[in-house]
Design a protein around this ligand. Structure first.
Ligand code: IMP
Ligand code: MG
Length: 399
């Protein structure tokens, strides 16, 4: 399952919903910057590192492509039922995120000044950078490799005090003890005995380090093609992708956002849709659906089936718009490319094909929602297989 926008498409809820059909749920990218929300009754769970299948009792896998912050994982496991820990397997190759990465994340943001990315300050950029520099300590290194000396010297040279490391290493060992193994082999093994695994992406396609709106992106790969690499399985084992889009767009953090809503409607959608960062609590920027960006995301991920989320929110909004192309230098284009200058210069061209105002979901899919499904299927060349119209598990319609 992959997000087709800038994250927060509603993947958490849908992973929980679909988890019944799978033996395991696996994360393959990102770290504790993710905030995957699952609501059951009046209880809200936000997952940062634990895969969102935890409340359905599934086997839970954290692949090598994840940057693992053991402190956050420890806190998450404290809140969750005790048996969740027993279901968890963490790949030995995961890079660790230490307090030094978080501190340096803040230093970098400060350095960028007015062009700050607006990161979640979870140390994601520094941890993946250290990995690329071959300085990053991995989960396996907690149990006896001198790699920590390198990262310690590295951060000292940058003016970040590494003295917190020894205590953090001891705490981290306690958190991951008994949970470490080879996730790629486990996924293949489950497949061999006829089982299946749901691969849960974090963030969204437009935040992909290579293919997103660089440099306003995260530092990992959020696209379908990273599933096999991030887990350590052959591409042939990666199965069929399901893309998720929200029926409007949000973005948290800085960066170009062509279909951003500039009037009071954005406040209304933010409030009805509770659009505040699940990790940081920041208000999310709100925009209309952007078909240009979505076509790009659908193409990049090779998605044939999609889920649409949060339709209930638009029932309370009189207006409904869809960005169908961009105007750039006097001409219209439907080309999305991540080039920063280009994306921040384009002007959205809108269509208002119908309104979703007043649509009710008590007895199945209302006519207005059916119109939206048809419209998106036509425009994106995909099949809509799931519609979500509320936070709760049961507010889901399979088509
Ligand atoms: P970082 O991943 O914390 O480095 O943040 C980089 C950018 O990605 C910022 O704009 C963040 O707001 C955004 N971002 C990171 N994780 C998420 C997420 O899970 N949902 C939405 N945006 C995210
Ligand atoms: Mg989120």
């Amino acid at each position: 399952m992959v997000g087709l926008q800038w994250g927060d498409e509603g993947k958490g809820k849908l992973v929980d919903y679909l988890a019944d059909q799978f033996d395991a749920v696996a994360r393959f990218n990102g770290g504790s910057n993710a905030g995957h929300t699952v609501v059951i009754g009046d209880k809200k769970h936000t997952f940062h590192l634990v895969p969102s299948g935890a409340l359905k009792g599934r086997e839970l896998l954290i692949g090598a492509g994840v940057a693992l912050d053991p402190s956050v994982l420890g806190e998450e496991l404290l809140i969750l039922p005790e048996n969740v820990r027993r279901k968890l397997l963490i790949d030995a190759r995961c890079s660790l995120v230490s307090p030094l990465d978080k501190e340096f994340d803040a230093v970098l943001e400060k350095m960028r000044g007015t062009s700050a990315i607006g990161t979640t300050r979870r140390g994601i950029g520094p941890a993946y950078a250290a990995r690329a520099l071959r300085l990053s300590p991995r989960v396996v290194d907690l149990f006896g490799d001198p790699k920590f000396a390198d990262i310690s010297r590295f951060y000292s040279s940058l003016g970040v005090d590494p003295s917190a490391l020894p205590e953090w290493i001891e705490e981290s060992k306690r958190v991951v003890a008994g949970l470490v193994g080879d996730v790629g082999s486990r996924v293949v093994e489950i497949g061999k005995r006829g089982g299946s695994v749901l691969f849960e992406a974090s963030q969204g396609t437009l935040l992909d380090l290579l293919h997103g709106s660089y440099p306003f992106v995260t530092s990992s790969h959020t696209v379908v093609s990273y599933v096999p690499a991030g887990l350590g399985i052959p591409p042939s084992e990666a199965g069929e992708p399901l893309g998720v889009l929200k029926c409007y767009t949000t973005r948290v953090g800085s960066g170009p956002f062509p279909s951003e809503i500039k009037d009071h409607t954005s406040d209304q959608i933010r409030s009805v849709g509770n659009e505040y960062g699940a990790t940081t609590g920041r208000p999310r920027r709100v925009g209309w659906l952007d078909l240009v960006a979505l076509k790009y995301a659908v193409g990049l991920n090779g998605v044939k089936n999609i889920a649409i989320s949060k339709l209930d929110v638009l029932s309370e909004v009189r207006e409904f718009r869809v960005c169908v192309s961009y105007r750039h230098m006097g001409s219209e284009t439907s080309n999305f490319h991540g080039s920063l200058g280009y994306l921040s210069e384009v002007e959205p061209v809108y269509e208002s094909p119908f309104t979703m105002y007043g649509a009710r979901y008590d007895s199945g899919l209302p006519t207005q929602a059916k119109k939206l499904v048809d419209y998106l299927e036509q425009a994106l060349g995909v099949c809509v297989t799931l519609v979500s119209h509320g936070e709760e598990r049961l507010r889901t319609i399979e088509l």
